[in-house]
Design a protein around this ligand. Structure first.
Ligand code: AMP
Ligand code: MG
Length: 309
């Protein structure tokens, strides 16, 4: 389909919210099996109607995402859980009541209505209610949407509409520009299956915050078993430039003199933007100074390790 490659990708500005007309337009795109990139508070998502098989296939195709890597279903109200989650457990409800809308994804037994593409063939489904006002507006109008990060598989996640355009200009019809994603890192993923809280992926909400609320430690996924969060086994979040982690300032300066890209400072809000910046500048490598504060940030270190591996 040659013409599809030359589609100009439309960008809707949300300032800060979408107009009724744009919301209506988006709802009909999703209802018709189309895909669109939408802002969330974590990273931008490539969204499709969670029950539309054709649209889901398009998400996997556009991203180049392996079929066994399941998607997160995004909901705009608790009523949207109907048809997604099979009788939410007490633990699920407690966590949802405390952290939604927000950057916490909960894994639970899935309803039989959930397409296999969403759950990657697992008996569970991952769900979250984002807090970004524009994402909520869209979800409340369009219904639940499956939305993985809006980047080519393996590349750093997009934290601005411009990053989505870098990866998908001409490949998707629509991007909703809701400004910079303020967390800049993906949601924390917790399994609630069997009333046990297991940390599947560290993310925007710190483990300590969830543990303090629950009054207990989060469990680690079983070592050696099948990865409970299939996405964690893939190379991820990596720019084309080689990522070097350095501990000493001297080493950093030496690398900079050799032409390696050295960002001014790194936190979760700008990590992906700086990885992309290294590629934009066509640098062979990016060197990141890792200090004690960064070392204590589990989610940030998890993404840095994946970007270097
Ligand atoms: P992304 O949307 O690209 O940030 O990726 C979603 C993450 O959630 C991936 O790491 C998936 O493996 C994980 N995930 C989605 N659904 C499930 C599920 N049912 N069980 C475990 N992990 C899941
Ligand atoms: Mg992703």
């Amino acid at each position: 389909m040659l013409f599809a490659m030359y589609l100009p990708t439309k960008v809707f500005q949300a300032s800060p919210l979408l107009s009724d007309e744009d919301l209506e337009g988006l709802a009909s795109v999703f209802a018709g099996g189309g895909v669109a990139a939408i802002p969330t508070e974590t990273v931008y998502g490539l969204a499709a109607d969670v029950f539309h098989e054709g649209a889901l296939r398009e998400v996997f195709r556009v991203k180049g995402r392996p079929a066994d890597n399941p998607l997160i279903a995004h909901v705009g109200t608790l009523a949207h859980l109907e048809g997604l989650v099979e009788s939410p457990s007490g633990l699920f409800i407690r966590l949802a009541e405390r952290f939604w809308p927000g950057a916490l994804t909960l894994v639970a037994p899935r309803s039989c209505r959930v397409p296999d593409l969403v759950s990657g063939g697992l008996a569970t489904v991952a769900v979250r209610m984002p807090s970004h006002p524009c994402a909520l507006q869209i979800l409340q109008r369009s219904g639940p949407l499956a939305a993985p990060s809006a980047n080519l598989s393996g590349r750093p996640s997009p934290t601005a509409a411009a990053h989505v355009l870098d990866d998908f200009a001409g490949a998707i019809p629509l991007i909703v520009d809701g400004g910079a994603a303020n967390f800049g890192i993906e949601s924390t993923v917790i399994s609630t299956v069997g009333e046990r809280a297991v940390l599947l992926r560290p993310g925007a909400i710190a483990r300590e915050k969830i543990e303090a609320f629950l009054g207990m430690r989060l469990e680690d996924p079983k070592k050696g078993g099948a990865p409970l969060s299939p996405g964690m086994k893939y190379r991820h979040y990596a720019p084309k430039a080689k990522v070097l982690l350095v501990e000493s300032r001297q080493e950093l300066e030496a690398l900079q003199k050799e032409g390696v890209y050295v960002p001014p400072s790194i936190g979760t809000e700008n990590l992906y933007a700086e990885l992309r910046e290294a590629d934009r500048l066509q640098k062979q490598a990016i060197a990141i100074h890792v200090d004690a504060e960064m070392l204590s940030n589990e989610a940030l270190m998890n993404r840095l390790e994946k970007a270097t591996s």
